[in-house]
Design a binder for this molecule. Structure first.
Ligand code: HEC
Length: 88
C-alpha cells in the first residue's frame, strides 16, 4: 500500500509536467498571430509588402505562392492572409 502511494507521488508531477511541456510545444507556432507571422516570415526575402498593396483576392493567390517560398504551414499561411485581408 505504501509503495503505491509513493509511486503515485512521483508519477503525478511527472505526468503534469509532460502534459504542460507537450501543450507548450504544440502551441508555440499556433499562438502567433497573423501579423506576427507576417512580420517574421515575409521580410526574409524582400521588404514586407503593405497590406493595402493588394486586394483580398490577390492576397489569397500571393499567400499560396509565398507559402511555398517561405515554407509555411497551411495554418500559418491562412493566418497571414487573414491578417493581410483584414488590414487592407
Ligand atoms: C524565400 C523567399 C521569400 C519569402 C520568405 C517570401 N517571399 Fe514574397 N517573393 C519572393 C520572390 C523571389 C518574389 C518575386 C518573384 C515571384 O513573384 O515569384 C516575391 C514576390 C512577392 C510579392 C510580389 C508579387 C507580385 O506579383 O508583385 C508579394 C506581394 C510577396 N512576395 C509577398 C510575400 C508574403 C506576404 C510573404 C510571407 C508569407 C512572402 N512574400 C515571403 C520571395 C519570398
Amino acid at each position: 500500500m505504501k509503495n503505491i502511494k509513493t509511486l503515485f507521488v512521483f508519477l503525478l508531477p511527472l505526468a503534469v509536467g509532460l502534459i504542460l511541456a507537450s501543450s507548450c510545444a504544440s502551441s508555440k507556432i499556433t499562438m502567433k498571430s497573423g501579423a506576427q507571422l507576417w512580420g517574421e516570415n515575409c521580410v526574409r526575402c524582400h521588404a514586407t509588402p503593405s497590406p493595402s498593396a493588394y486586394n483580398d483576392i490577390d492576397w489569397e493567390t500571393i499567400g499560396l505562392h509565398m507559402r511555398i517560398r517561405a515554407n509555411l504551414t497551411a495554418e500559418e499561411t491562412n493566418k497571414i492572409v487573414e491578417f493581410l485581408q483584414s488590414a487592407n
